[in-house]
Design a protein. Structure first.
Length: 382
């Protein structure tokens, strides 16, 4: 069985950029153990020429994409080159991640399985991404998503939340298959530094990091050693958002309490999880944030907004606390509760770890493999 996987794949496997790459690497690491599966990964990357790598019998095709905004290439050069490469490889099945790649898979004409990681209509809602740039992105991405929902025969989603969102628009079958957690996370030791709060994610307006800064400002008055570590990089196109965060920190005397750690990977990232007391996510919208799984399997309690797919990951008052999006007082109170109660932190952390450890990539890969066979068989029966 020749399988082509479409989606983001890092040039350096030790430097994973986000949940989609985490998912693809976790899946590939299990599928490559199947003796009857030949795996090709096709991904676009901003570079000047194509690169092909063979790693552990997995062929990764990095297609060069010009240094332009994604919305200008997604339905032009990236579309043309990706579909061309699929046709060159002549796979038995294509597994596409995200709706844009799902569009390419459908247009290629080969049997396919499409994984929806996020609901584009929500993520590019004018309330979430206002302004001209948000409007341009919506016009580029939404028609592709709508096409996928209308024509895909086999779709997978990460949570019940996304299934509910897209079900009214889909004609094909929808399977819920969550992301897994890499086994290396299980061995993380707890080296907690009391008062340490951790945020991991893109430094982007949709993450609403300013809400967390407002909470830290409140916490500083009651908790002497409170410290926030922000792990993640930012896009230069939205550097004004990063600048606004730094300005708030300076104006409110938080320079000793807040540290930007940059993008971290591997053991450096695991150390941040190991040393934190509480993990916090303040996003306006999320489908299935992998960082929550990483925090849970690290044995840390999570405080998160009750939006999107988050309530399907966190058991409120058992593995962490949910709070109403934008309610900074509630956010600060819940963080305070955990920082002041080590017994509660440990209990919630233990509960979360047990839950996250059930999400094994070996079992998840088997479910995808079965869907690949179904897609191939369905095509033969036409």
């Amino acid at each position: 069985m020749k399988v082509v996987i479409l989606g983001q794949h890092p040039l350096n496997p030790k430097k994973i950029r986000g949940g989609v790459e985490t998912c693809i690497i976790g899946l590939v690491n299990e599928l490559k153990k199947y003796s009857n599966v030949e795996i090709h990964v096709i991904t676009t990357e901003i570079m000047w020429k194509d690169v092909t790598k063979i790693v552990d019998n997995v062929t990764i095709h990095y297609l060069a994409s010009p240094p332009l905004p994604r919305f200008t290439t997604i339905n032009t050069i990236d579309r043309y080159r990706t579909i061309k490469k699929i046709k060159e490889l002549k796979p038995d099945v294509v597994h596409a991640h995200m709706s844009s790649n799902g569009y390419y898979a459908l247009k290629s004409g080969f049997p396919n399985v499409i994984t929806i990681h996020g609901y584009v209509k929500d993520e590019y809602d004018p309330k979430v991404q206002p302004g001209l740039l948000g409007m341009i992105r919506r016009r580029a991405a939404l028609p592709m998503e709508e096409y996928v929902f209308k024509h895909a025969k086999i779709l997978t989603v990460l949570s019940f939340y996304t299934q509910k969102k897209i079900e009214p628009f889909c004609k094909g079958e929808i399977h819920i298959i969550p992301n897994g957690i890499e086994r290396g996370w299980i061995s993380i030791q707890n080296k907690e530094k009391e008062g340490r709060i951790l945020f991991v994610g893109r430094i982007s307006p949709i993450k609403r990091i300013e809400h967390l800064l407002h909470a830290v400002k409140k916490l500083k008055n009651n908790i002497k050693n409170v410290e926030l570590h922000i792990v993640g990089n930012f896009n230069e196109n939205i550097s004004c958002y990063f600048d606004s965060l730094q300005k708030f920190i300076k104006e409110n005397g938080l320079s000793e309490n807040v540290k930007f750690m940059g993008a971290l990977h591997g053991n450096d990232l695991k150390r941040e999880y190991s040393e934190c007391s509480v993990f916090v996510i303040t996003s306006q919208i999320e489908a299935f944030p992998t960082v929550i799984l990483e925090a849970m399997v690290s044995g840390k309690p999570v405080v998160a907004t009750n939006v999107g797919g988050i309530p399907y990951l966190i058991k409120n008052r058992e593995t962490g606390f949910l709070f109403e999006y934008g309610n900074i007082n509630d956010l600060a109170d819940k963080i305070t509760n955990l920082l002041n109660n080590k017994k509660l932190r440990c209990k919630m952390g233990e509960n979360g770890k047990k839950l996250a450890m059930k999400l094994d990539w070996k079992e998840i890969a088997k479910r995808y493999y079965d869907l690949y066979k179904k897609a191939i068989d369905d095509e033969k029966r036409k």
